[in-house]
Design a protein around this ligand. Structure first.
Ligand code: PGA
Length: 221
């Protein structure tokens, strides 16, 4: 079937991803589009709640989460780990400490993503479990704006290591905080009840084979 679709002239693959997936999903799409030049991609990026809303409306073929929604009947393939790490500006006092306690982290001004964000959901779960309360100073609806705010010494944060795209961002230091990273797994999911289009099936085969290696290479840092 893969080879019969190689000559496909037209068709659209609809992908919806949470914001932290935008750092590696494009690398997955490059080789795919080279194999299948007739396939167009509609690539939507939004926070977790907005992607759940799209899933409930059946707007896309695949939904990429690192924290799957509960109570929905989904087919899922997991493909890679997602580590959430603490970050501070390189000259921040905590940045030179070999290790940082959770208490010390909670004493800092903390920058956090907006309600509806999967990153926030994971951070809240972590602090609840640890029975610690971060000192939230700013809510910021963008990974990039959080990084710039950290650089501007507005506070520290916890973000997916993928946001540091391909290694350390100049001037940002990953802190060695007890209990971190928060670990989860990326997954492609789709609604069980809806049958996959032929194009979506081709994409799924690609993700399960060559795509896995492509993604691993894209995030090696
Ligand atoms: P977010 O999702 O972009 O909504 O923070 C990231 C995640 O679920 O890990």
């Amino acid at each position: 079937q893969l080879s019969s679709l190689r000559g496909l002239k037209s068709g659209t693959l609809r992908l919806a991803c949470v914001t932290t997936a935008k750092y590696f999903i494009p690398h997955l799409l490059g080789p795919f589009c080279e194999h299948y030049p007739g396939i167009d991609i509609q690539f939507t990026i939004a926070n977790r709640q907005q992607i759940i809303d799209r899933l409930e409306q059946g707007l896309d073929d695949f939904y990429v989460f690192s924290h799957l929604p509960e109570g929905l009947d989904l087919d899922v393939i997991e493909f890679m780990s997602n580590d959430l790490v603490a970050i501070a500006e390189a000259d921040h006092p905590l940045a030179s400490q070999p290790s940082v306690s959770l208490e010390e982290l909670c004493q800092q001004d903390f920058l956090i993503r907006e309600h509806g964000s999967g990153t926030r959901y994971a951070i809240e779960g972590f602090f609840n479990e640890q029975q610690c309360t971060p000192n939230i100073k700013m809510t910021i609806a963008s990974n990039e704006a959080i990084i710039h705010s950290v650089l501007s010494r507005l506070g520290v944060s916890i973000l997916s290591a993928h946001t540091l795209a391909f290694g350390e961002v100049y001037g940002v230091k990953t802190l060695n905080v007890e209990g971190l990273p928060i670990q989860s797994k990326w997954s492609f999911s789709w609604t069980k009840a809806e049958s996959l289009s032929p194009i979506a099936q081709v994409f799924l085969s690609y993700v399960e084979t060559e795509g896995r290696e492509v993604m691993k290479k894209a995030v090696q840092f």
